[in-house]
Design a protein around this ligand. Structure first.
Ligand SMILES: NC(=O)c1ccc[n+]([C@@H]2O[C@H](COP(=O)([O-])OP(=O)(O)OC[C@H]3O[C@@H](n4cnc5c(N)ncnc54)[C@H](O)[C@@H]3O)[C@@H](O)[C@H]2O)c1
Ligand SMILES: O=C(O)[C@H](O)COP(=O)(O)O
Length: 390
């Protein structure tokens, strides 16, 4: 099978696939796409593509709605780069509290004469404040936000978190000393530092809006290592200029942010560590292989996860809409070919569902007829067949 890749994917992931016989970027139609931040919205995704896997967390670069309608699963690698982003966010907090960059520039500019005398006499201009005792507001307590919140507690900060969609697994990881805000407004009013760790979705467009910025303390700093349009950058720049915000640190460039001493921009490097790239690429490669060889869905963002050991001779994976009587129709097709279902897993994720059927007996004629009849059921989006490797 052929996997088309975009961006710099760690060899850990590429080698995993190559060792299992996948061709990478061969001159033939792709069975799958493996990528990081490449924008796929304006690309035509060919019908040969069975799956798309994002080595990373954010998947707003992928046309997920269109792919869901076509029965193509999209995967991401949650948590794979969370520690890297956490560490850079802590660096941002320190840069927001202490004038580290200006001080380095100053130290480098002091040349000639008695360097030590001049640095000692002028260093007063580079005094900062401490994080200990200050309040950090963390918006989004998922893989990244929960780590940032816990680490900030270890720096003796007070931490308030806001995440109305928190899942139970993540909730267990959050230190009990993180205070819970049920309204984001409470967090914005109380925090000396606000850091945002939420995905970019239509609903989160300009989540940090002009109105929300107005609620923040004038001496507060805002950190955005999530995505560009989660913060209204123009409103942030205006708030800085009018003295309603002290500092803005972001991982995303934008024309309105340049030439501003109160802004610190990094070039989308939150997940750019050797460790994070290796972990994310390995997760992506393993999840892709699991799907292409056994139909298991692990960390799918648009279909439900189903991850069962492949113990039967054959499996059929059916992507379909989440509507009544799909299981009845699917079982009826298997029955009409005299096929006994050994196991059937079915799960739904909003308007889409996935059914994985295990069987042991099947000849070539039954295979062709079965797949074609399943594909003809209304609301079935895609059907894949898997055979146990010898
Ligand atoms: N700068 C980088 O290189 C970098 C690296 C990794 C992730 N990210 C960005 O950070 C985002 C978060 O990453 P993650 O791994 O923690 O994702 P995650 O899915 O583990 O967590 C996101 C959390 O945000 C919460 N959330 C969503 N909308 C919210 C809202 N309006 N208010 C409050 N909470 C909300 C969700 O309930 C979830 O718990 C990613 O989607 C990605 O865009 C950036
Ligand atoms: O969402 C993510 O995982 C980050 O933004 C990292 O993106 P990258 O893989 O392009 O560095």
């Amino acid at each position: 099978m052929n996997v088309k890749t975009y961006n710099a994917i760690s060899p850990k992931g590429l080698n995993y696939l190559a060792e299992r016989g996948y061709q990478l970027n061969a001159d033939q139609p792709a069975d799958a796409i493996l990528l990081r931040s490449q924008d796929l919205h304006s690309e035509t995704i060919s019908d040969s593509v069975k799956a798309i896997v994002r080595a990373g967390a954010g998947f707003n670069n992928i046309p997920v709605d269109e792919l869901s309608q076509r029965g193509i699963p999209v995967f991401n690698t949650p948590g794979g780069n969370a520690n890297a982003v956490k560490e850079l966010t802590i660096a941002a907090l320190i840069m927001a509290a202490r004038p580290v960059i200006g001080a380095i520039d100053f130290a480098n500019s002091v040349r000639g004469g008695d360097v030590s005398l001049r640095t000692e006499s002028d260093k007063g201009g580079y005094r900062g404040t401490e994080l200990a005792g200050k309040t950090l507001g963390v918006i989004g307590l998922g893989n990244v936000g929960s780590k940032v919140a816990n680490t900030a507690l270890a720096l003796d900060m007070k931490v308030i978190g806001y995440d109305p969609g928190l899942n139970a697994n993540t909730a267990w990881r959050i230190d009990r000393h993180v205070q819970h805000a049920s309204q984001v407004e409470t967090l914005l009013q109380a925090a000396d530092y606000v850091t945002v760790h939420i995905p970019y979705t239509e609903g989160n467009h300009f989540f940090i809006s002009r109105d929300k910025l107005a609620l923040m303390k004038p001496e507060a700093a805002l950190i955005n290592y999530s995505r560009n349009d989660i913060v209204d950058n123009q409103a942030a720049v205006d708030a800085l200029k009018e003295g309603h915000l002290r500092r803005y640190l972001t991982d995303f460039s934008d024309d309105v942010l340049y030439d501003n001493d109160q802004v610190i921009i990094t070039p989308h490097i939150g997940g750019s560590t050797i460790e994070a790239e290796e972990t994310s690429a390995s997760m992506a490669a393993q999840q892709l292989d699991a799907f292409l060889t056994s139909g298991n869905l692990i960390h799918s963002v648009n279909f439900p996860d189903i991850n069962e050991p492949f113990t039967s001779q054959y499996r059929v994976g059916i992507f379909h809409e989440n509507v009544p009587n799909m299981l009845g129709q699917i079982s009826q097709v298997f029955g009409s070919f005299g096929l006994n279902i050994e196991e059937l897993s079915n799960r739904a994720n909003k308007q889409y569902a996935y059914t994985l059927v295990a069987i042991n007996e099947l000849d070539d004629q039954q295979e062709a007829g079965l797949l074609s009849r399943l594909g003809q059921i209304n609301q079935v989006l895609k059907v894949h067949f898997y055979q146990q490797s010898k």
